[in-house]
Design a protein around this ligand. Structure first.
Ligand SMILES: Nc1ncnc2c1ncn2[C@@H]1O[C@H](COP(=O)(O)OP(=O)(O)O)[C@@H](O)[C@H]1O
Ligand SMILES: [Mg+2]
Length: 276
């Protein structure tokens, strides 16, 4: 089972969008894909697939992804052998998904009192012991736009990071910081965490500035920049609002930019699976 976290230490860069689109593009390749939403209680990933409002109320969803990251998990799964399977939701576009839960906030605080390295290993154990036996080929984890204990669980478990970035000087610095953070984490725990792919997102390809910035990104990150940039497309936003990805529609129903976005995700997902 291959896995990656979608992460950049910043909100609104396209992490959830990328997780959803990579997930669908990978399942179009015939892979069994599981997406895990650790990105906060809003349930953005489940909303992206239009399944959030179908879920029972938060207090009826137990056990859930927050339980997985808690001390109770080993006891829970002993009592409820199908606990992991029961929290998986299927989507109309291929990938299965474990939705976020309001309990993730509390769990992040609680993890602070768990001794290291166990504090960072909760998700890894879950993926190894409870998810891998279900036969998934790929797991993608959507992480919060900040580095907290939940984030570190994602990085630890997957060891590979897909980072969506916009093209700009600020983002260039952000990537350098991400690199430092990952190296520090790797050094501290003798853990081999690496960036698997940097995906330029929301690119306005009509500008020469975009070309220059892309060239710079390629210089900084030789070989790790995705083969295709994802253009800025209003259709991505619109599809997300109606609970689907742009990959759900046939090409002839898509605007030119959405069509290019779909092509990019398909090309990038082939490169990603090679990289993982
Ligand atoms: N390539 C794109 N073109 C247009 N809008 C985009 C694109 N990528 C993401 N968005 C929009 O930007 C917003 C933030 O994206 P999101 O994936 O939720 O970011 P994050 O998960 O990093 O916070 C969403 O409304 C999303 O629809
Ligand atoms: Mg998000």
């Amino acid at each position: 089972m291959k896995s990656a976290s979608v992460f950049l230490d910043k909100g609104g860069v396209g992490k959830t969008t990328s997780t959803a689109h990579f997930g669908v593009a990978l399942s179009e390749q015939g892979l069994d894909v599981l997406l895990v939403d650790l990105a906060g209680k809003q349930g953005d990933l489940a909303k992206h697939f239009g399944v959030w409002t179908d879920l029972p109320d938060a207090d009826e969803r137990w056990p859930n992804i927050a339980t997985v990251l808690s001390d109770d998990w080993s006891m829970v799964k002993e009592k409820i052998p199908d606990a992991a399977e029961d929290m998986i939701v299927s989507t109309a576009e291929g990938p299965d998904l474990i939705p976020a839960h309001v309990g993730l906030d509390q769990v992040d605080d609680d993890l602070a009192s768990v001794p290291v390295p166990k504090r960072y290993q909760m998700l890894e154990s879950f993926l190894d012991e409870d998810i891998e036996p279900l036969g998934y080929d790929v797991v993608l984890v959507d992480l919060p736009g900040l580095t907290n204990n939940v984030t570190l669980n994602g990085l630890w478990a997957t060891e590979r990071v897909v980072a969506p970035v916009e093209l700009g000087e600020f983002e260039r610095q952000q990537m350098a910081m991400l690199k430092e953070d990952i190296e520090e984490l790797s050094d501290n725990f003798e853990k081999d965490i690496e960036i698997a792919m940097i995906v330029p997102n929301r690119v306005d390809s009509r500008t020469t500035l975009a070309d220059e910035l892309l060239e710079e990104l390629n210089e900084d990150w030789n070989g790790l920049v995705a083969p295709a940039s994802v253009p800025k497309s209003q259709d991505i936003r619109n599809s997300q609002r109606s609970g689907e990805t742009v990959l759900a529609r046939p090409d002839d129903e898509l605007s030119a930019t959405a069509k290019r976005a779909a092509e990019s995700y398909r090309a990038n997902s082939e490169a990603l699976i090679e990289e993982l």
